[in-house]
Design a protein around this ligand. Structure first.
Ligand code: ADP
Length: 402
């Protein structure tokens, strides 16, 4: 059995007939329409070929030795994908009983012998169009189901995760209302801080949820522009330090130690997406390690030709040009680590590791970071040992800004 070398993505038609001449004529008729053709000379061969060829359609003779077309058609319906592959049965002229048997065996249409070639071509075209429309509808339905599933998980997560900060805000506000005047300035300040940090946490939740919904709906776009990497990273670190408790902005040292290459030219990438990637990864490194342990961010930049293809990067045909670089961010911590069997799952939305105890989170950060890296044509990898620490490496292909 061999398929012809028509256009690579052309539909494959599996022609099944015990008569060699008919097969040849069917092949010619189908090839003249631009389809690829595979042949089988009985029902058993047809079933064998179906599974590995996955044809778009089967042209099936009704009367054949070994296994006839009716039995073959019924069996096709039970194979994976079989019931959605149209079968056009070729029956004898005036043979009404065969026509009925063909439909009840699962055939979508039939044509009689001697074959009217124009009619055959028309029917094949129509069946393939119907098939394509059906596939598109099924794809849209599946997508809709996935989005619905995501929405209901978001509702569950938000209603659960909102409770704690809301309770904090309400209780601190009530206490301030009733006792504020009697409290010291320091105590009032403490409760105002609690309200602020709970409100910030809620804002963070909302922005994570908005980001993941936009990604899933395909609404977020890659918008590259010249970015000063050093300034972006330092700002992020300062923001995180401030968020973690008033460090950085007040001139205190952040727990995050940043290292840049000596000469770091401005590069073209999407600064907003990069902030989401690094923000989430750095926040995790801080959150999942002890408050006195150090977190490092190491930024490197290298020319593309030095990187082997094993990096698996989508370089968009950029390889070898001097202005194309790879920028790498490595975030390392000495925190709780991630179990080996969870290293892939942590990128799924809402997945949270089993060793996190009561450290708060939504399970969305890494899913967002991965999507942002992929929008750059880059990737994100995690290496970790439980109880020792975690290293997250983000690699993005970039252009140097002129
Ligand atoms: P979240 O931190 O809100 O749970 P993420 O998507 O950012 O969600 O991370 C998913 C999971 O990956 C976390 O719940 C945690 O188990 C694990 N994880 C991510 N980063 C680290 C890290 N630096 N150290 C230990 N575990 C981590």
């Amino acid at each position: 059995m061999n398929t012809t070398s028509q256009e690579k993505n052309a539909p494959i038609i599996l022609v099944v007939d015990d008569d060699r001449t008919t097969r040849m004529m069917l092949r010619r008729a189908m090839e003249s329409e631009g389809y690829r053709v595979a042949e089988a000379n009985n029902g058993i061969q047809c079933l064998d070929s179906y599974s590995h060829l996955m044809p778009s359609m089967v042209l099936l003779d009704a009367k054949m030795p070994v296994m006839d077309g009716f039995e073959c058609c019924s069996k096709l319906q039970t194979l994976p994908g079989g019931s959605s592959t149209p079968v056009l049965m070729i029956t004898g002229l005036e043979d009404e009983e065969s026509v009925e048997r063909a439909f009840s065996a699962g055939s979508r249409d039939y044509i009689t012998k001697p074959i009217h070639w124009a009619v055959l071509r028309y029917r094949v075209r129509r069946l393939l169009q119907e098939q394509e429309a059906e596939t598109e509808i099924l794809k849209a339905l599946r997508r809709e189901r996935e989005l619905n599933d995501l929405r209901s998980r978001i509702v569950t997560m938000v209603s659960h995760e909102y409770r704690t900060p809301l309770t904090t805000i309400l209780s601190s506000a009530e206490l301030l209302e009733h006792y504020g005047e009697r409290w010291t300035a320091e105590k009032r300040h403490q409760h105002l801080k609690r309200i602020q940090s709970a409100a910030k946490h809620m804002t963070h939740l909302v922005s994570d949820v908005v980001s993941i919904s936009q990604f899933e709906a395909g609404e977020l776009q890659f918008q590259p522009a010249a970015v000063d990497l050093k300034a972006l990273c330092l700002q992020l670190v300062a923001d995180l330090a401030e968020k973690a408790g008033g460090m950085g902005a007040g001139g205190q040292q952040s727990r995050i130690k940043v290292q840049f290459p000596e000469a770091l030219a401005a590069v073209v990438l999407d600064g907003n997406l990069l902030r989401q990637i690094l923000g989430n990864v750095l926040e995790n490194a801080v959150k999942y390690s002890g408050s006195d342990s150090e977190v490092s961010l190491d930024v490197r930049c290298q020319d593309l030709p030095q990187i082997s293809n094993e990096e698996g990067m989508d370089l968009g045909g950029a390889g070898g040009l001097a202005e194309h670089k790879l920028v790498m961010f490595r975030v390392e911590d000495r925190g709780i680590g991630i179990a080996p069997q969870e290293l892939l799952e942590i990128f799924n939305p809402f997945y949270r590791g089993h060793n996190i105890g009561n450290i708060p989170g939504t399970g969305l950060g890494l899913a967002i970071a991965k999507k942002c890296a992929e929008l750059h044509g880059g990737k994100i990898a995690v290496a970790s040992t439980v109880g020792v620490g975690t290293a997250v490496t983000i690699t993005l292909p970039v252009k140097t800004a002129s």
